[in-house]
Design a protein around this ligand. Structure first.
Ligand code: IVH
Length: 682
């Protein structure tokens, strides 16, 4: 007997809602994307055959195709307030003391707070009537916002229909809509490529995307939403604590931030602050501080509100990631591939936790787009590891003598001509390796951590080695001797001996590191790994045709062209040969690209292994390359799929994880014996 369409439709909607819950609320997807898409497809097909069964809460009905001409005002049922800010430990101490005094608690009492990241996005109010989303609004002035229901419906993390038990008759939930950092970067990259205006930061991107009159535009912007409080609750009892309120929100299907913790007293609050300050850069979204909220609802009620902020909560702000400063000069720097990049020299400013005095301006097109001039006041942004950027010029404060920068015609370092190819944004010094700036940058890249990983050979030393003409090409690094190095600034006998040892140790490497170290244009770490894995030997990469190169995953025509050109140039071949003749070596393997595409039978095929802690006879990279040459997949983290773990001294969390999952753990001697069996010796 076949199921009636209405039953299957109801079943599919429930299934999709269940998987939305796993994905958004629990952050633990239970279905691959394709399987989820298949459910949606089936539902869409059934609904198109039975349009009378479509309801506005159906997961297929998120995007409305009718743009608005304006947003209508939305009066808040309960005003949306703001928070008082704290900028220091002292401010926090004052806040806790005031709470304690008003609650008439003894000075020794530690109050329980819920500690939450303060998301840097746009506040949203979501109204649900009998479990269905009936209205979404922006904060506006706190009393009246804008009705943005059609746009909010396109955000997957906002449930159209509540799930779970005890669904209230009326519920208003507050949260923050954010754009993930990665989506923001990707959006801006696309905008720049199309010569369109990028967003200044993820907050503006979220706000701009949420306030689109055409919901189809919002739907394409991958917005996210985290909910953090209940504004109105009818038909159910109020939870007694904020912690329980957050739990209830999760049960009803809202995404609640997983970083939220319960803390106690000032010491708990400052511990969380330190912890989150470190976590900040690693989070997917921007946060501009933390919010601490008294957990007990009766205490919240006793404390009440003052002006437009609650007395029971406070925002402890982080150092700002944006600041205003002045462009004192614009200089042109030459990179390792000769690219000439304009750099703004700034009046030093404290931003994103450090003092910044340089910001990249990318290229002349970016200078034109920003319309930045020497003397301008600018907004700079430094978020995490990203190089500081000038994001905006304050044109209103432009001095009369502000000067427009011009691209020099000659390289500021070697005086060779600067050339800019038709249609290219980047200008380049034509001096090649005869340009000291390019040589320095090429060497800095060659020794860097992900390349040859020569410890102790910093930028300042390389500058000196090139300025003294001691090192003209990478192979000459391996001929450096300790007594000579000891003559350089900031070097002594001990440090130069240590450096020579580090240089010699680096001779044993992996093919992927070697290819990456060569600094071929647009060949990053991942591409180098791809090339090494696919071809197995340097000779094979060198001889590969454009077509063969493009068979490597993620290698397109442009990158293949750069690789081919690199190995056609005599001076590059000289560099490579010189490195090999001074003794740079790596384990080579048979190519994973076997002509007919037949599967090779390697002894460790299908095994995923993890190396952790330090090894004595060889580095982890080299050991990993050997294991890969035997067919194993070397992973960075331990899971149930890990076949075995090799742990050396200093192994920590990965070893613990392996033990907790019951994964076999071996030591280095075991690994060496295994390699030995396949004819590989240390
Ligand atoms: S609670 C009365 N919690 O910060 C309580 N706000 O400066 C008010 N925000 O308008 C809000 N993350 O947009 C709260 N975990 C969080 C938050 C948060 C971000 C924003 C929200 C609010 C603003 C107040």
């Amino acid at each position: 007997m076949s199921t009636a369409p209405s039953e299957r439709i109801a079943e599919l909607r429930d299934l999709i809602r269940k998987h939305d819950y796993h994905y958004y609320v629990e952050d633990d997807p239970q279905l691959p994307d394709q399987a989820y898409d298949a459910l949606m497809r089936e539902l869409r097909e059934l609904e198109s055959l039975h349009p009378e069964l479509i309801t506005s809460e159906s997961p297929t009905q998120r995007v409305s195709g009718t743009p608005l001409s304006a947003f209508s005002p939305a009066e808040h049922v309960v005003p949306m307030l703001s928070l008082d800010n704290a900028f220091s430990e002292d401010d926090m101490e004052g806040f806790v003391r005031r709470c304690r005094d008003r609650l008439k608690l003894p000075a020794t009492a530690d109050i329980e707070f819920m500690a939450e990241p303060k998301l840097d996005g746009i506040a949203i109010s979501l109204l649900y009537e009998n479990g269905k989303l009936s209205r979404a609004a922006t904060r506006g002035d706190g009393q009246t916002g804008e009705n943005i229901t059609a746009n909010a419906r396109t955000i997957g993390a906002i449930p159209l229909q509540l799930t779970g038990e005890g669904i209230p008759e009326r519920l208003e939930v507050r949260g923050e809509v954010v754009m993930a950092k990665a989506s923001f970067e990707a959006f801006n990259e696309r905008a720049r490529a199309k010569d369109e205006k990028p967003f200044v930061n993820p907050r503006n991107a979220a706000a701009g995307s949420l306030r689109q009159l055409d919901a189809r535009v919002t739907a394409k912007r991958s917005l996210d939403c985290y909910c953090y409080s209940i504004g109105l609750l009818e038909g159910q009892d109020w939870p007694e604590t904020h912690e329980e309120a957050l739990e209830a929100l999760k049960c009803w299907g809202f995404r609640v931030n997983p970083e939220i913790r319960k803390v106690s007293g000032l010491s708990g609050m400052s511990e969380y602050y330190e912890h989150m300050l470190i976590r900040r850069d690693g989070l997917d979204y921007d946060i501009d501080g933390l919010v601490f909220k008294i957990n007990r609802r009766d205490w919240q009620e006793t404390l009440g509100f003052v002006a437009r902020a609650p007395r029971w909560a406070i925002a402890h702000k982080f150092p700002a990631q944006e600041a205003l400063t002045v462009v004192e000069n614009i200089e042109f720097q030459v990179g390792r591939t000769g690219a000439v990049t304009p750099v703004a020299k700034l009046k030093p400013v404290f931003v994103g936790g450090v003092t910044v005095s340089n910001a990249t301006l990318h290229n002349m097109d970016e200078i034109d787009r920003l319309d930045v001039r020497i003397g301008d006041s600018v907004m700079v942004r430094r978020a995490g590891d990203v190089i500081p950027q000038v994001v905006k010029v304050i044109t209103e404060s432009r001095p009369a003598d502000a000067k427009k920068p011009e691209m020099p015609t000659q390289c500021p370092v070697c005086q060779a001509a600067i050339e800019r190819e038709e249609g290219q944004a980047v200008a380049r010094c034509s001096g090649g390796i005869s340009c000291a700036a390019q040589r320095k940058e090429a060497l800095k890249h060659f020794v860097s951590r992900k390349a040859m990983d020569i410890d102790g050979l910093g930028d300042k030393l390389i500058d000196q080695l090139v300025d003294r003409n001691w090192v003209k090409s990478p192979a000459e690094l391996f001929g450096l001797e300790a007594p000579a190095l000891a003559l350089l600034e900031r070097m002594g006998k001990k440090s130069s001996e240590k450096l020579v040892q580090a240089i010699q140790n680096a001779k044993t490497t992996t093919l992927a590191r070697f290819i990456y170290a060569l600094g071929i244009r647009e060949v990053g770490e991942a591409t180098a790994k791809g090339l090494a894995g696919y071809f197995g030997s340097l000779a094979a990469v060198r001889e590969a045709t454009l077509e063969q190169l493009q068979e490597v995953p993620d290698v397109g025509g442009v990158v293949a062209g750069h690789v081919e050109t690199f190995f056609k140039q005599v001076h590059n071949i000289e560099v490579v040969d010189a490195l090999i003749s001074v003794g740079v070596v790596w384990p080579e393997s048979s190519p994973s690209s076997d002509g007919e595409g037949t599967e090779q039978d390697l002894p460790l095929d299908g095994l995923t292994v993890v190396l952790t802690g330090s090894l004595e006879a060889m580095s982890r990279d080299v050991a990993g390359a050997h294991l890969e040459s035997l067919g194993a997949k070397v992973a960075g983290s331990v899971s149930k799929k890990t076949a075995w773990v090799v742990a050396g001294p200093g192994a920590g969390s990965k070893l613990a994880k392996a033990e907790s999952l019951g994964v076999d753990v071996y030591d280095e001697a075991w690994l060496l014996a295994l390699l030995e069996r396949y004819g590989i010796s240390a």
